[in-house]
Design a protein around this ligand. Sequence first.
Ligand code: C5P
Length: 246
Amino acid sequence: MRLGLSVLSERKTSTLSRVPVITIDGPGGAGKGTVAKRVASALGWHLLDSGMIYRLLALASIIHKVAADNEASLASIAAALDVRFVADDESEGVRAWLEGEDVTDQVRSEDVGLVASKVAALPAVRSALLDRQRGFAQAPGLVADGRDMGTIVFTAAPLKVYLTASVDARADRRHKQLLEKGQSGSLARLAEAIAARDKSDMERKVAPLKPAPDAFYIDSTDMSIDEVCSAILEQVYRRKLAEVEL
Ligand code: C5P
């Protein structure tokens, strides 16, 4: 798999239209990250985990004690965010570094997710990160997951997936992930945090979470990760975006 975040240098967006992009948007815990990783791996395409960028910014704001509503300061931090993404062969994912430190585990916590959701609601912050995200669209293709990949960042993408699942199913998945990592967490509290983050992501004025009008909608509540990936790869095949073995 090519890990876009880890190995690509950013570049101008003018050549974007020639590179095929698959966007996967949806609420937290719907399985976007795992599905994006597997689809990118199956196609040999690059991967962009845009939520990770907002999470790293959130962590930077916590470290530097910048309030989550201080738009001007956060936009400056966003523009100069010192991040590095390193391929992690063990998990077939990426490890995220902020200002020279590996912060992968910290940055994935629900608390950082909540702050990320707050800083992500600020228009100047989103603009500061737009070109950085678009720069990851490089040949042979990109799979990008987030909240506004299909609606704002890659509007010309030939396949836009909206992946969702019920709040209970998503809380249950997050809970299992935490237990696997040896971390504890109350299921009820997780469900509450997920619902709160959905609300803030869907109701914000700028780039709210919603399916693109031309999105391919998947409700994964009763689907396995394999089934979701197969459904997406079938769309890739039908739309002739890449050679796919079904
Ligand atoms: O996907 P993840 O849960 O890591 O994202 C963390 C937060 O970052 C989301 O709740 C959302 O508020 C924000 N985000 C966003 N736009 C994206 C990706 C993430 O606003 N494209």
